[in-house]
Design a protein around this ligand. Structure first.
Ligand code: GLN
Length: 488
């Protein structure tokens, strides 16, 4: 059996029955990485020696009959913007190329406590700014469905690794769509939890009022298992919600009878690929046949979401990235005359063009003459966008839409930044409103590339999203198809 192909829940069952060992599972996955990584390029750093040691420890514990946490022995990987104690964390930037964190992000710590096995750190757009992973300072990650195409971004490595069976699951971060859009491009389940549901402690900040961490998995059951491990209150993150978090596996029920699902008309406008539209309409018909009531709704402020996002995200990024000054840690220019030129040369050489563009936009929006016109105005419109959703959720259980207007595009296809920004039009409003959102496979285009459907929920109702997704998955088989390309 090719163990790397299993889902988490399948591997977990075999481990519990002692039919396989954590070492076998880990070795199989490492072999898989070694066989296909030269084609996929999902990883920035590999952690094989430590992974094999961790697996041995799990096997020892199983042998001794100790009770183990649900993700024990499951090999996974993390986006390279999550701090890992003693393991390089680069944010795919020259600025942090040699940065070795002295602590674990809370999510890394929680997965360590689960005895999940860390295989390595995954490629991404530099500082999570981008939608194709082409902004990485180090390498281009390929989409396993077609290696001439991007895997999406910014969590491109997180998505590519899981669909290529190089990891059982991965974590990514989503500021404006960076989990959902790559999940859609790679045919995976990708979940952005409610803002505050997963600790951001140790996540290298991009835009703090929007950033959230979440999982990429092969199916919905696996998604619930990983959410169980990473959600929860954390006193190290002031925005972490101190509430009771449910057992998400309880939401895995095949039932949407009588559910009211809203479909926002603004998400079907110009720019939506007709094949994507068709797949979403088919998904809507599936939900209807399963007893849900579908109605068209309006989220009238949607058209402002992209502008609001790029003002707020850039403003926050310009402030968050001010810390990379060549003094405290990270890259330092080798030549400088005084403190000013140290800053200037370090930042000029250390940051890539997209990061610089955002820092400039952010500083502009925050400058005294423009603060009211841009930043303050964007904050006000943010409230209006959130109110659109609040109103909708008074009547509807969940909202359904496409995840991205297109399927995966080819490398270099979107050189105009605005064109690139548009690939997140449907995901960005969800971050602006702080809501949970997920993408799951709902079809394929005529090239055989996966199409993603987005489900959006009320704050802290991730269980409803999981139930709807699980029901859809039980009654369709899009999640079963794997990339047919033989990269090996
Ligand atoms: N693509 C969006 C951006 O470039 C979102 C990125 C993200 O979610 N990290 O900002």
């Amino acid at each position: 059996m090719e163990l790397y192909k299993l889902t988490i829940h399948e591997a977990k069952d075999l481990l519990a029955k002692k039919e396989i060992s954590a070492s076998e599972l880990t070795k199989s996955t490492i072999d898989r990485i070694q066989a296909v990584e030269n084609k996929i390029n999902a990883f920035i750093t590999l952690n094989f020696d430590e992974a094999l040691n961790q697996a041995k420890e799990v096997d020892k514990a199983i042998h001794e009959g100790s009770e183990l946490p649900p993700l024990a022995g499951i090999p996974m990987a993390l986006k390279d913007n999550m701090c890992t104690l003693g393991i390089k964390t680069t944010c795919a930037s020259k600025m942090l190329e040699n940065f070795v964190p002295p602590y674990d992000a809370t999510v890394a710590k929680r997965l360590k406590e689960q005895k999940s096995i860390l295989l390595g750190k995954l490629n991404m757009d530099e500082f999570a700014m981008g939608s194709s992973t082409e902004n990485s300072a180090f390498k281009k990650t390929c989409n396993p469905w077609d290696i001439t195409r991007v895997p999406g971004g910014s969590s491109g490595g997180s998505a590519a690794s899981v669909i290529a069976d190089q990891a059982f699951f991965s974590l990514g971060s989503d500021t404006g769509g960076s989990i959902r859009q790559p999940a859609s491009f790679c045919g995976l389940v990708g979940f952005k939890p409610t803002y505050g549901a997963v600790s951001r402690y140790g996540l290298i900040a991009f835009a703090s009022s929007l950033d959230q961490i979440g999982p990429f998995t092969k199916d919905v059951t696996d998604c619930a298992l990983v959410l169980n491990a990473i959600t929860g209150h954390d006193h190290m993150d002031a925005t972490s919600a101190n509430i009771d978090y449910p057992d998400y596996t309880k939401a895995l029920k095949d039932d949407v009878k009588g559910w009211k699902i809203g479909v926002p008309k603004e998400y079907f406008g110009e720019g939506l690929d007709p094949e994507v539209k068709k797949a979403i309409e088919k998904a809507i018909a599936t939900f209807e046949s399963l007893g849900a009531e579908i109605e068209e709704i309006s989220l009238p402020h949607t058209e402002y979401a992209l502008s609001v996002y790029y003002i707020l995200a850039c403003a926050e990024a310009s402030s968050n990235l001010a810390r990379y000054d060549g003094v405290k840690y990270g890259y330092r220019a080798s030549e400088y005359d005084d403190l000013d030129s140290l800053y200037k040369n370090t930042r000029t050489q250390g940051f890539g063009p997209e990061v610089k563009r955002r820092i400039m936009l952010g500083n502009y929006a925050l400058s005294s003459g423009y603060y009211d016109a841009y930043y303050l105005k964007a904050l006000k419109v943010r409230t209006l966008i959130k109110e659109d959703f609040d109103k909708a959720f008074k009547k509807y259980d969940i909202i359904l839409s496409p995840t991205s207007p297109t399927t995966a595009f080819t490398f270099g296809a979107k050189t105009d930044p605005l064109q690139m920004y548009l690939s997140d039009v449907y995901t960005i409003p969800v971050n602006i409103a702080g809501l949970p959102g997920m993408s799951m496979p709902c079809g394929f285009d005529s090239r055989g590339l996966p199409i993603g459907m987005q489900l959006i929920g009320k704050a802290f109702e991730e269980d409803k999203l999981l139930q709807a997704a699980y029901t859809f998955e039980q009654n369709t088989d899009y999640h079963i198809k794997k990339p047919a390309v033989n990269w090996g």
